[in-house]
Design a protein around this ligand. Sequence first.
Ligand code: GLA
Length: 741
Amino acid sequence: MAIHVDEANQTFHLQTDHTSYIFQVLAHGILGQVYYGKKIHVKPQYNELLKRELKTATPAYSLDDPDFQLGAIKQEYSDFGTGDFRRPAYQLTQPNGSRITDFKYDHYEVVQGKQRLTGLPSTFDDTEDDAETLIVHLTDKLIQLDLDLSYTVFPHQDVIVRSANFKNHGVEAVTLNAAESAQLDLPDSQYDLIQFSGTWARERHLIRTPLRSGIQAIDSVRTTSSHQQNPFMMLARPNTTDDNGEAIGFNLVYSGNFLDQIEVDQWDVSRVLVGINPAEFGWKLEPGKEFQTPEAILSYTADGMNQLSQQLASFYSEHLVNAKYRRMERPILVNNWEATYFDFNDEKLLNIAKQAKRLGIEMFVLDDGWFGHRNDDHTSLGDWFVDPKKLPNGIGAFAGEVHDLGLKFGLWFEPEMISIDSELYKKHPEWLIHVPKRRETPGRNQYVLDFSRPEVVDYIYQMMAKVIQDTKLDYIKWDMNRYITEMYSVALPADRQLEMPHRYILGVYDLYARLTKAFPDVLFESCASGGGRFDLGMMYYAPQAWASDDTDAVERMKVQFGTSYGYPQSMMGAHVSAVPNEQNGRITPLETRANVAFYGAFGYELDISKMSEEEANTVKKQVVFYKQHRALYQFGKLYRLDSPFEGDGNVMSWVVVDDQQDHAIATRYQILNHPNAPYSRLYLKGLDPDKQYRVNDSEEAYYGDELMNAGIHIGSAFDDTAEVKQSADFSSRRFMIDVVK
Ligand code: GLA
C-alpha cells in the first residue's frame, strides 16, 4: 500500500520505496503541506511538523480564528488574496470580476493504478506496477466549482505525479487565469536551483545557483518548451553531488508555455510551482465543463543526482514512453540534411543509401526538401506531396528503392508550419496564425498553422497519412522550426483568445495521438530546430528527440551531459557529422565524435558517399561496435563521473552499466591536451564491488571496489594506441569493463 490515510486526523501519507509525501487537512478545510523527503514512519498525525508561530503583520483567517494565518503556513494548492501574498497555484475570475475563491476540503478517494489523461500526454501504469492514485476533492460552494487534486504514487521509482482538475458545476462561466499542476511548499530555503538553460545549438547547460529571497523562475512563453529553458529542474542541498545528498527533481509533461518557479518568502519557506505559464494563459470554464492541467513529476532522493536521474529514467521507461519503445534498440540512421541540404535528387540520395547499407547502417532518413518545390527555406511548408523534380518516380517509389536495399526509411515533416509560397496558403490563408490587420512576424521565413482548429489538424493528418501509407514509412522526424508570434485565432471569440497557446498544443497532441494510433510501427523523433522541444509531453508520443542542431563533439558533450540529468540516453538523438563542424567550425577526430554520439539514439549526418576509404572503414567498425553494445549505451544505467560544468571543464566522463553489473562502458573525453600533464585517474561507479572485471581485455583483473575507489590510471595502461590518442586535443578514451567469467 502506497497511500495511507488517517481518517480521524485527515492526514494523507504517500509512501514510495524511499520517500514520504505528507499533507493534512487543516482548519477551515485548507490543505497544509507537512513533509516531502526521505521515507518516515506512518503516524496518525505530525503535529511537530506543522508547528507555526503567530506572525506579526500577517493577516488572520478571521476574527474568530486569529491564530490561523494562511500566509504563514505551508499549503498544498494555495489561493491568492485572502491572506497569503505568495504567488498562488491558481487564480480564477468570476462574473462579478472578483478573483477571490474559497476551496475547502470535501472528500477523497483512492483508486488503484493510474489512468491516462484524455487529450494530454500523461503517465500511466499499464504494467500494474503498484501505482495508486489519491484524488482529493475540494469545493468552493459559493460558485459551485470543484477542484480535484490528483496524486499518483509510483512506489518503485520514488515518483509522485500530480495534477489538478477544475470543474464548473455552477450556472455561470468563470475564467481560469492560472492553474498550476503542482505546488510544493518546502520548510526552508537551503537549496541550490539547478536548471538547464541555453539557446539554439547549445541547449541544456547546467546552471547551479543558491536560492535567495524572492521569486526565481525558469519559463517559456514561446509556445514550445524552448531551447532557452527546459521544464526539468532540481532543488538540491548545497552539498549535494552526483553521488550524495538530497535532490528533488521536477518536470512537466507538457510542450508549451511552462513555469517552474520558486518563491522564497520572508521566513525562508520555499514555494515551488510547476505548470502552464500563467503569462499568456486564460481558460473560460463554462458550466458543466472541466479543465485538466498537465501532469507534474516530482521525485526525491537522498542519494545524489545520479540516483535521481536513474530513477527518473526508469520511471519514464515504465510509465511515460510508449511501451513498444521501452527497451527497443533504436535503428542506426543516416540523415541527409548536413550531407545535401536542399540540393539533392534521387541518384544522390540513393548513393548515400547504398553506402549506408555497405557500412551496416540500418535506416535512411530523408530530411527537409522532398516536397512541394522546396529548394530553400522560403517555400512549400504545408504541401506534403513530393517534388517531382527531385524524385520523379514519386516518394512511394523512392521509399521502395530504399526498402529494397534492406534499409528502413524515414522522412522529415514540419506538420505545424505553412509557407506563404505554398498551395496550402493559396487555399487557406486564414489558417495561418495571425491577428487581422497586424504585421505577421516570420520565423525562418515561415508561419504557423492554427492547430487550435480541428479542421487544420485533420487536413494535415490526411496529407501525412497518405505519405506514410505510400512509403510504408518506418520513422518520422517531426520538426518545429520557429516560436509562435501574434498568438491569436480568427476562429476563437475574444474572451477565449488567451486559450490559444494551450489549444494550439492540444492540437499538436491530437495530431500525434492520431498518427501514433493509426501507424503504431512508425518511430517518431521530435525536433524543434534541434533541442527546442525536448520535453516529456513530446516523449509520450515520440520516444526520442533530436538533442541539438549542434553536432560538434565538444559542444555535444555539454548538451548531452546536461540533458542526462533529466532524460535517459535513449531519448537523445545524437549523430556523427562532418568536420569542420557546420555550427562552430571545430575539427574533432571521428572517433571522438562517435564516442560522444554513442550515448544516445545514434546515427550519421554527413555525406558518407564521399568519405575516404579509411574513414568509411572506421565508420563500418563503429557501426559493428555500436550494434554490439547498443542496448547498454541506450538503456544502461548512466553514472556521471566528471562534469564539463565543473572546474575548467576540460574533462568529461561517464559510464553506462548493465542491470547485472557485468558490463560497463566508460568514456573519458579531454578537450585540450596539456603538456607534461599531471597524473589522472578515472573512478568508476555502479560496478559490483565484489565482482572481478577486465578493462579493455586487460591481463590483470580488478575488483569492482578497486575500480570504483582506486580508479583506473589514465595513460597507456589499457590501450596500446593510447599515447597517440592522449596527445591530441578533443580526444576520447573508451574503457570496456567486462566481468571475469
Ligand atoms: C531544423 C532541424 C535540422 C534540419 C532542418 C531542416 O533546423 O533541427 O535537423 O532538419 O531543420 O530544415
